[in-house]
Design a protein around this ligand. Structure first.
Ligand code: IVH
Length: 713
C-alpha cells in the first residue's frame, strides 16, 4: 500500500475500494497479523512479567476481534495464533486460597410463590428437626420466624481474613472452595479496615461484596468513550476486572467499594442473630448496607420487597434482589446447607425492568475519529430510577439487525442497570408508514460524503480537518487525562469557546488568554486563571502525552510511549515510513500505516506546525539516536537529554542510581518539574511521586529503571 499518496484523511486503507475482495483480504490479513502480535505481547506482559499494561476487558476485546476475524477467514488460520494458546485464565497469576469453610451461593426465588415455598420449607424442616430431637430448645416456632432482609448487591463475593486484628488476606470466591488471593487489590479499598479495634477473635473471617458505585462506573466509561476505548459493560464487570488487576495501582484507580454481610462462625463470637452480626460489623468499622430490615412475618418481607422494587434505583450501587436470612444464627447449623447454598437463606430476584416506548427520531452523533453513531431519541420513559430519552444504536449493522425505524415502538432495558439499550422492536405495533432506516450518505455536521471501510462497523466522516463535530471531539480528546490533561477545560467550556468563536481549531487553545476567557458567561477570574495556567503547563508535557492527545487512530498511551522512546522528536516520527515504523517492537503494520497516513495529511502537518510554533514540546528527550530505530542488536544511545528524579526506598543507594544516569549522559535532580523525564519510584514514595502524577511525568519502578540502564549501555 502506498501510504505517501496524498489523501485528505488520516485513516489507513482509504485507498482500498469497498468491493475489492482481494484488498479486503489484505486488510484482514494485516489486522490479523497485528492482532496476533499485540495479543502475544500482552500475554507475555501478563503471564510472564506480571505487568499487564491494559485492563483485562481491553485484552478480551482484542481477543474477541482476533477470534472473529479468524472465523471469518479460515484460510488465514495459524496454529501458532495466540487465540489457540491456553495462557491459563487471567487469574492463574494469583495464588490460590483454600477457603476454611466453603463460600456458598444462594438459592433464588424468582417470584413470590417461590419465596413463600422457602418460608414454609424452613418452618417445616425446623419442625421436623424439633420433633425428631424431641427438644424444646428451638425458639420462636409458634409465631412467625424472623428474617433479616438485605439488598442483594450485584458485585463479587470476597473473604477477608484477619489475624490478631490485622487484615492479612483477601480472596475471591473462585469455585467456592478455592479462590484467588487478591490481598493487594483489596487493600486499595479505603473503607475496609486494615486493623481492628476493640474485641475481636484472634482469627476472624468476614465475607461481603466488592462492588463499584454507579457514579464511578459512569465516570470511567465517560473517559473510555472520549478515548474511543471499548466501554465496560456494567459496574459488576468493572469491579471484577479491577479486582483481578495484577497491578494494584490500576485497581486503586477504579475506586472499588465494599459491604460486609457475613461473619464466619459468628455464633462462636456470641452473635446470636444476623441483626447482631450486622451490628457487630458496623461497630467494628466495616461498611454495611443501610437498606436492611428485620422482617417479623411474611407480610413485612413482602413490603420490604415492594418498597425497594423502585427505591433501589436511588441507591448509589446496583442491586438485583433481596436476600432473606433466617435471623437466628443458631438455627443455621440445624438447617445446614446443600452443596451449593445454605438452607436458611434465599435471594428473591427482581425481574429485570423493561419498558416500551417510541423512537421519536434517529439522530447521528459524530465522534472524534469521525465515526457516525446512530442514537435513538425516545419518548421519555421512567426506567430503573431515571428518565430515559436516548439510547445508542451503536452502528449501521446494529440498526439493521434490530431493524429499528423512526416511529417504532421498542422495548428497552438498562444493561447492568445503567446503560439504556433497545432490546427489540415491537413489530406488531407498526402501522406500515415506518421506513427502513438508512445511514446518512453525508456527515450531518459538515456535509462531507461519508465512507465505510472494509472490516469496520463504523461509517465515518472523512473531513477530519474541518468537520466542526470532529474538531470539538478532537479538542475534548486532546485535553483529556490520557492526552495533555488540561484541567478545567471541560466539554461545556470547549463548546462555548467554539460557539463564541474564541477558538476555531485545536491549536487555538494556546492563543487563549485570561481576558477572553473571562468574557464568557459564568466564568470567574479564578477559574479563568486556572484554565490558562493548565494550558500553559501542558506546553511542556512529554512527547508521549502529545502523541496520545493527537488521537491518531490505534495510537493510545502505550503506542505513544513506544514512539516517543524510539524517536528523538515529532519530525522524525512524521518522516518515518510504514516500514521503518513497523520495524519497531509493539508497532504493527496497521498502526504503522495509520501513523504514516496521519502525518501525510496536510492538515495534520499544519496542526503540528501550529502547536510547535506555540511552544508545545515536540522533542522526546529520547535516548534513541537521531533518526534511528531500535534494531534487535543495535546498541541504543545513552540517556542524553533525560532528567531523572529518584524517590522512595530503592534497593540500591540513590547515589549509585545517580551515577548510572550520569555515566550514560543523563541528568538527575532532586525535585520534580514538568521538565523531569522520569521519576524512579521505590517503596513508600511520597510527595515527589504525587507531584509526578500531577504533572503527568512518567513514573517507573526500580526494575524498569535498571532495564533502561541496561538497554542503554
Ligand atoms: S449472603 C452463605 N448477602 O449473592 C451466605 N449474599 O447469589 C452467603 N450477595 O455469593 C451470601 N448481596 O456474592 C449475601 N446481602 C447479601 C448479598 C449476597 C449479594 C451475593 C453473594 C453471593 C451471591 C449469591
Amino acid at each position: 500500500m502506498n501510504s505517501k499518496k496524498i489523501i485528505p484523511l488520516a485513516l489507513p486503507f482509504d485507498d482500498v475500494p469497498d468491493d475489492n475482495q482481494q484488498s479486503k483480504q489484505m486488510v484482514s490479513k494485516q489486522r490479523l497479523k497485528e492482532l496476533r502480535e499485540i495479543i502475544t505481547g500482552h500475554q507475555r506482559l501478563y503471564y510472564e512479567e506480571d505487568s499487564p499494561v491494559i485492563p483485562d476487558s481491553e485484552y478480551d476485546e482484542l481477543l474477541r476481534e482476533l477470534k472473529s476475524l479468524e472465523e471469518k477467514h479460515p484460510e488465514l488460520a495459524d496454529t501458532d495464533s495466540p487465540s489457540l494458546r491456553v495462557g491459563g485464565a487471567p487469574n492463574a497469576k494469583f495464588s490460590k486460597v483454600t477457603h476454611a469453610s466453603p463460600m456458598l451461593s444462594l438459592e433464588n426465588a424468582l417470584n413470590k410463590g417461590e419465596l413463600a415455598d422457602f418460608f414454609s420449607r424452613v418452618r417445616s424442616s425446623l419442625q421436623k428437626i424439633h420433633s425428631a430431637l424431641d427438644s424444646a430448645d428451638i425458639p420462636i416456632l409458634d409465631g412467625d420466624l424472623a428474617y433479616m432482609a438485605e439488598m442483594k448487591i450485584d458485585g463479587l463475593a470476597v473473604s477477608l481474613y484477619y489475624r490478631n486484628g490485622e487484615f492479612v488476606r483477601g480472596a475471591t470466591r473462585g469455585d467456592g472452595k478455592v479462590g484467588e488471593d487478591v490481598t493487594e487489590n483489596i487493600k486499595t479499598i479505603g473503607t475496609i479496615p486494615q486493623a481492628l479495634k476493640g474485641n475481636y477473635p484472634m482469627s476472624l473471617e468476614i465475607r461481603g461484596e466488592v462492588l463499584m458505585f454507579k457514579n464511578i462506573f459512569e465516570q470511567i466509561n465517560r473517559r473510555r468513550e472520549e478515548a474511543e476505548e471499548p466501554l465496560l459493560a456494567n459496574p459488576r464487570n468493572a469491579a471484577a476486572g479491577a479486582l483481578r488487576q495484577l497491578e494494584s495501582s490500576v485497581a486503586a484507580e477504579r475506586q472499588l467499594s465494599f459491604f460486609a454481610y457475613y461473619v464466619v462462625e459468628a455464633e462462636l463470637m456470641g452473635l446470636k442473630t444476623q441483626s447482631d452480626v450486622l451490628k457487630w460489623l458496623s461497630g467494628n468499622g466495616f461498611p454495611v448496607q443501610s437498606a436492611v430490615a428485620l422482617c417479623g412475618n411474611v407480610q413485612e418481607a413482602d413490603s420490604f420487597i415492594e418498597h425497594w422494587r423502585s427505591a433501589r434505583h436511588d441507591l448509589p450501587y446496583v442491586t438485583d434482589g433481596v436476600v432473606f436470612k433466617l435471623n437466628d444464627t443458631e438455627l443455621w447449623n440445624r438447617l445446614g446447607s446443600t452443596s451449593h447454598a445454605p438452607r436458611w437463606a434465599i435471594a428473591f430476584k427482581y425481574p429485570p425492568e423493561e419498558k416500551e416506548t417510541r423512537v421519536i427520531s434517529i439522530e447521528i452523533s459524530v465522534g472524534r475519529t469521525g465515526a457516525l453513531t446512530p442514537i435513538a431519541n425516545l419518548s421519555p420513559v421512567r426506567l430503573g430510577g431515571s428518565t430515559i430519552q436516548r439510547a445508542s444504536l451503536h452502528n449501521e449493522d446494529e440498526v439493521r439487525r434490530k431493524d429499528v425505524r423512526e416511529g417504532d415502538l421498542v422495548r428497552i432495558r438498562k444493561a447492568g442497570e445503567v446503560i439504556p439499550e433497545v432490546i427489540e422492536v415491537v413489530k406488531e405495533a407498526r402501522n406500515g408508514s415506518e421506513e427502513v432506516y438508512e445511514m446518512p450518505k453525508t456527515c450531518p455536521a459538515c456535509g462531507a460524503p461519508v465512507v465505510r471501510l472494509p472490516d469496520e462497523a463504523a461509517v465515518r466522516c472523512p473531513n477530519r480537518a474541518s468537520c466542526p463535530a470532529q474538531i470539538m471531539e478532537a479538542i475534548i480528546h486532546f485535553v483529556s487525562r490520557n492526552g495533555m490533561d488540561i484541567k478545567g477545560l471541560g466539554e461545556k467550556l470547549i463548546e462555548m469557546l467554539l460557539e463564541h468563536g474564541l477558538i476555531v481549531n485545536l491549536s487555538d487553545i494556546y492563543n487563549l488568554d485570561k481576558d477572553s476567557l473571562e468574557s464568557l458567561p459564568r466564568m470567574g477570574e479564578k477559574s479563568a486563571q486556572n484554565v490558562i495556567s493548565a494550558i500553559e503547563e501542558s506546553r511542556s508535557k512529554p512527547l508521549e502525552s502529545l502523541l496520545a492527545a493527537l488521537g491518531i487512530r490505534y495510537v493510545g498511551s502505550r503506542a505513544a510511549e513506544i514512539l516517543a522512546r524510539n524517536f528523538p522528536d515529532m519530525s522524525k516520527i512524521a518522516e518515518a515510513g510504514i516500514e521503518e515504523l513497523s520495524n519497531i517492537d509493539g508497532i504493527g503494520e496497521v498502526m504503522a500505516s495509520s501513523i504514516s497516513a496521519f502525518f501525510t495529511d496536510e492538515s495534520n502537518r499544519s496542526l503540528i506546525e501550529a502547536l510547535a510554533a506555540k511552544g508545545v514540546r515536540m522533542d522526546s528527550g529520547s535516548f534513541a539516536p537521531q533518526g534511528s530505530i531500535r534494531g534487535e542488536n543495535e546498541a541504543i544511545s545513552k540517556l542524553a537529554g533525560l532528567t531523572f528524579v529518584f524517590t522512595g526506598e530503592l534497593s540500591f543507594p540513590r547515589s549509585e542510581g545517580e551515577s548510572m544516569v550520569k555515566s550514560l549522559g543523563g541528568k538527575t535532580t532532586s525535585s520534580v518539574s514538568g521538565k523531569t523525564s522520569y521519576v524512579v519510584a521505590g517503596e513508600s514514595a511520597g510527595s515527589k511521586l504525587e507531584k509526578a502524577r500531577q504533572l503527568g511525568v512518567k513514573i517507573i519502578g526500580e526494575s524498569e529503571f535498571l532495564e533502561l540502564v541496561k538497554a542503554n549501555g
